[in-house]
Design a protein around this ligand. Sequence first.
Ligand code: HEC
Ligand code: HEC
Ligand code: HEC
Ligand code: HEC
Length: 182
Amino acid sequence: MQHEYKSNYLSHVIKIILVLVVVGVVGVAVRAMVLPKSFGEFGHYRGDAIQDEINRPNRHGTNASCLVCHPYIREMHLAGVHSTVSCEFCHGPVADHVKNGKVTNKLPKKEGKEIKRLCLRCHNQIIRARPKESIKMISMPQHLEQKHVRTDHNCNQCHNVHAPLMWVNEAKAMVGVGEETK
Ligand code: HEC
Ligand code: HEC
Ligand code: HEC
Ligand code: HEC
């Protein structure tokens, strides 16, 4: 009785080992077939990825890349509190607009509710992780309630998007209240 049991166990063990060996061999073969050539050249990744990234055309310029054709907006932008904010953050990459010095497509200009959403991406009090000392935060609709206007007012009705305190300062100067810093 005992003898029979023993030999049965052995045949099971051999079957399992066989299956493992086959899976292992197939696995190694498939790995060799699908691995990109440059894998492992520098580390545990595809070596060619570096050259691929280098070859990718630049999509973003700097604010200087807008200067040539939009000098008026840029001057206003630089004179205001948004001088450190990138044009492309709000308008999209220059590559979608200009190729070889020629305009190919119009960059989108945010309108209506999109403007509010855009502003609140940086200025929303709800974003707890943002240091309050670096960017002034507001909460909505309280900001508009404090100004005693309807809460469907849009940000650019009071703030020039390119120089947000420009109109505020002009209005304050008109009624003789002290100006903001810029
Ligand atoms: C080679 C000149 C040139 C450069 C460089 C350029 N623009 Fe323009 N841009 C134009 C012209 C011309 C128009 C008007 C296109 C039209 O009306 O069809 C325009 C239109 C726009 C508009 C849409 C205006 C509207 O009334 O709808 C935006 C926004 C804009 N540009 C932003 C930018 C930004 C941001 C940059 C830099 C990243 C930039 N442009 C760089 C020439 C340029
Ligand atoms: C904080 C976001 C923001 C930044 C930064 C920004 N823009 Fe705009 N821009 C807008 C919005 C929103 C509009 C459309 C609504 C409006 O003009 O009130 C606009 C309008 C424009 C227009 C259309 C003309 C006009 O006066 O309506 C041009 C051109 C333009 N921007 C270019 C630029 C350039 C160039 C820069 C960088 C120097 C820049 N913008 C930076 C948000 C921005
Ligand atoms: C990419 C981030 C970003 C976006 C988007 C943005 N801002 Fe700003 N904003 C800033 C920074 C940075 C400053 C300068 C630091 C500060 O004063 O809070 C600033 C300053 C301001 C100020 C002056 C605050 C003060 O009293 O010093 C106002 C007002 C303002 N932004 C309104 C707007 C409006 C309206 C929009 C939408 C058209 C907008 N911002 C979109 C980053 C942004
Ligand atoms: C009815 C006019 C009005 C509208 C609409 C408005 N604001 Fe303001 N906002 C002001 C005035 C005025 C100030 C100047 C600071 C003050 O006196 O409270 C200000 C200040 C700010 C500040 C600086 C806050 C601080 O702590 O100094 C930010 C940021 C701001 N606004 C963003 C926005 C955004 C974003 C929107 C749209 C969701 C918006 N505002 C809509 C009038 C307005």
